[in-house]
Every structure is written in C-alpha cells, then in structure tokens.
Design a protein around this ligand. Structure first.
Ligand SMILES: Cc1ncc(C[n+]2csc(CCOP(=O)(O)OP(=O)(O)O)c2C)c(N)n1
Length: 232
C-alpha cells in the first residue's frame, strides 16, 4: 500500500505549483523503499502549510502545536526507541518559533529525522518574513526587501558531533531523493533543509521575482547543494 493517501480521498490544501507536492511524494516513496509502514514509522508535524502534510500519509501521525515538533518527536522516540520518528514541518515552525528546540534538540542528538520545507517565509499566514528569509528578499512584511542575514541551520548543527545534514531543493528531484534516502538511513540526528517555492500565492500577490532568484541561486553554484555527514 502506498504511504500517500490518494488525492481523490484526501484533498491537499497546497496551492498549484507548491513544492509540498514534491516533498510529500519523494519522502513517501523513499520511506516505502526502506520498509516504512504503520508498525514502525511515525510522522510529526507542527503548524503551517507544510505541517498539514502529515495527514496525507498512511501512517500514524501527530499534528502538534506550532514550533513544538522536536520535543514531541523526542518524547515519542524515548518512549519507543525502535520506531522511526520523522518530522516534516516548515522553516517558521522549526527554525523561528521552534528555533530553541532545534538548537538543544540537535545537541541531544536523538535518532530523529527532520525534513524542513524552507520556503523562506510564513506561507500559511500570508507571506511574512521568517528567520530564514534571505537578505533582500521581498515579503509581505518587507516589501522593499528583508534587511537581515538568514539563519543557517547548518551552522547550528555544529554543536552536534554526529549528524547528517543536507541542503537540497524541490527543483532538483535527483538530489532531493538522494538526500532523503541518506537521511532515512542515517543512525542519528538528521536535518534536510529543502528550499522550495511558495509561488502560487505569495509570488502572485507580491509580484516578486523570488522564484526566479531561487532558481538562479541553485543554477549558479553547486556549492549551494550540500550532503554533509559529521562523525564524532
Ligand atoms: C503559537 C502560534 N503562533 C502563531 C501562529 C500563527 N501561524 C500559523 S501558521 C504560521 C506560519 C507557519 O510558517 P512555516 O512553519 O514556515 O510553514 P509554511 O506555512 O510556510 O509551510 C503562523 C505564524 C500559530 N498558529 N500559533
């Protein structure tokens, strides 16, 4: 049985063109390949467009409060060490409101897998800037361009001596699939940052070139793609 609920049974809330369709499909397919099912895998998500993804999986899932995915996942893992605990949530959820849990959860280094949809803003509430918004990017709250440098999750992981990290994107399926596979197979704390577009709603309303700029960022420099494993 597919790990994705059929679209005609469970209508997705995602806008046309949203990277979340790709994120759901690739994670579900890679989980299935390693034998993920209701007996061994739980998905945890927080609040936001991304967080709605948990209800589209044929698995036990928990849609928890905003920013609290990591402590919830840690509780599940500590009580059930043999279960694969996978978080799928947004950058606002994991790195803004939940940023403190990411800092300390990564130091605690439990075997949990985090997939962060980094659309670089708060999508569900209408496109406000987040901790991950790149300098100069136009958002609803910064129509002239955001003025600060974005938070880099990879930098925070340096406190953990045994992690898997990847920066990937939904425009390069092969890289994203490979990062997902490696993350699911990693025995320890793992964070996959998936840069993805929020174009149908935010781009149209703001009339920005964020999407074009995003594609150029990945085209121009392969260093923007990362697979990194750290051993203690
Ligand atoms: C405690 C709390 N604060 C604020 C909100 C409002 N809120 C709902 S979704 C959201 C943004 C979510 O952004 P992100 O995690 O990046 O997910 P996206 O919608 O971009 O996928 C916010 C601020 C809330 N529901 N609960």
């Amino acid at each position: 049985m597919s790990l994705q609920k059929p679209m005609n049974e469970k209508k997705r809330i995602f806008c046309p063109g949203c990277g979340l369709f790709t994120i759901e499909k690739i994670i579900a397919e890679e989980m299935e390949k390693i034998g993920g099912d209701k007996n061994n895998t739980v998905i945890v998500s927080g609040i936001g467009c991304t967080a709605r993804i948990s209800e589209y999986f044929n698995l036990d899932t928990i849609h928890t409060t905003h920013g609290r995915t990591i402590p919830t996942a840690e509780g599940i893992k500590i009580a059930n060490p043999d279960i694969n605990v996978v978080i799928i949530s947004g950058d606002g959820d994991l790195l803004s409101i939940g940023g403190n849990h990411f800092v300390h959860g990564s130091r605690r280094n439990l075997n949990i897998k985090i997939f962060c949809n980094n659309n670089r803003l708060y999508a569900m509430t209408g496109g406000q800037s987040a901790a991950t918004t790149p300098k100069g990017m136009k958002t609803k709250t910064h129509p002239q361009g955001y003025e600060m440098e974005p938070l880099d999750p990879k930098g925070i992981l340096k406190n953990n001596k045994n992690y898997f990290f990847s920066r990937t994107n939904t425009l390069d399926i092969e890289h994203f699939r490979n990062a997902t596979k490696q993350s699911l197979e990693w025995e320890g704390f793992s964070f996959v940052e998936i840069i993805s577009p929020c174009l149908a709603d935010i781009e149209r309303k703001l009339k920005t070139d964020n999407m074009k700029e995003l594609m150029e960022y990945f085209k121009k420099d392969k260093e923007n793609y990362i697979y990194e494993i750290s051993h203690s």
